[in-house]
Design a protein around this ligand. Structure first.
Ligand SMILES: Cc1cc2nc3c(=O)[nH]c(=O)nc-3n(C[C@H](O)[C@H](O)[C@H](O)COP(=O)(O)O)c2cc1C
Length: 209
């Protein structure tokens, strides 16, 4: 098993997958780990739809592709010149085109509608489901599996709900593709602590050694 700190430091978004199926007991463990996340009032409003059936994956993938095409026309990729950033964006376009065919498993993360303070009043803020998704991704990393948080489908959420028969009072937050990675884990490109953290008040440098 991968050490937790190592998992956090190497768990980059994986968007290219081998087709090997993920066993049922592993999927169950990943969802169990997700449900160990903190959540408001311990209400546990999350629901997870595990999509493995090839036809259903394809239909979910079509919704994702439609939303992706809307959000990211090819001109966006063409405008990226930094080679490392280009690699990341190319991966995202690849997933846009293959969500329904390449990853052996998609987990659609839903929640009962529960508009939270500060949200737009219809969708909850996601504050309760995103910690669970991060737990799921870290647990996947521990099993040598890769995945990616994706939310772009929300441009076409009604279509996704129709495809999956999701009731009116349930919102969808993420589609997480999962599988054995066909690309490498980490390291992650992140700004240093000194650029993002302050001591006692905004802007005051924080000692990091
Ligand atoms: C809230 C959220 C939504 C995201 N939505 C998408 C998405 O729709 N499609 C996608 O390919 N990646 C998506 N990502 C992944 C980010 O692009 C990725 O985490 C970021 O670029 C950093 O790259 P890394 O995870 O490989 O370090 C999302 C991440 C978060 C946290």
């Amino acid at each position: 098993m991968t050490d937790l700190i190592d998992a956090m430091y190497t768990n980059r978004s994986i968007r290219r997958f081998h087709p090997d199926p993920v066993p049922d007991h592993v999927v169950a463990k990943l969802i169990e780990a997700a449900t160990r996340a903190p959540n408001g009032r311990n209400a546990q409003p999350w629901r997870f739809i595990v999509v493995r059936d090839p036809e259903m994956r394809q239909r979910v993938g079509e919704v994702y592709r439609e939303a992706w095409d809307h959000y990211s026309p090819p001109s966006r990729l063409a405008a990226v010149t930094d080679p490392r950033e280009r690699k990341r964006v190319e991966g995202a376009y690849h997933l846009g085109a293959t969500m329904g065919t390449e990853p052996p498993l998609l987990i659609v993360v839903c929640s009962e509608c529960e508009p939270a303070a500060g949200s737009d009043g219809r969708h909850g803020s996601g504050a309760t489901v995103f910690p669970a998704i991060q737990n799921l991704l870290l647990a996947a990393r521990a099993y040598g599996l890769g995945g990616c948080m994706t939310t772009i489908h929300r441009f076409r959420e009604e279509k996704l709900k129709e495809v999956l028969g999701i009731p009116e009072n349930i919102d969808t937050y993420a589609i997480v593709p999962l599988g054995r990675p066909a690309e490498k884990f980490g390291p992650l490109r992140r700004r240093p602590v000194s650029e993002v953290a302050y001591a006692d008040r905004w802007g005051a440098p924080l000692a990091t050694e």
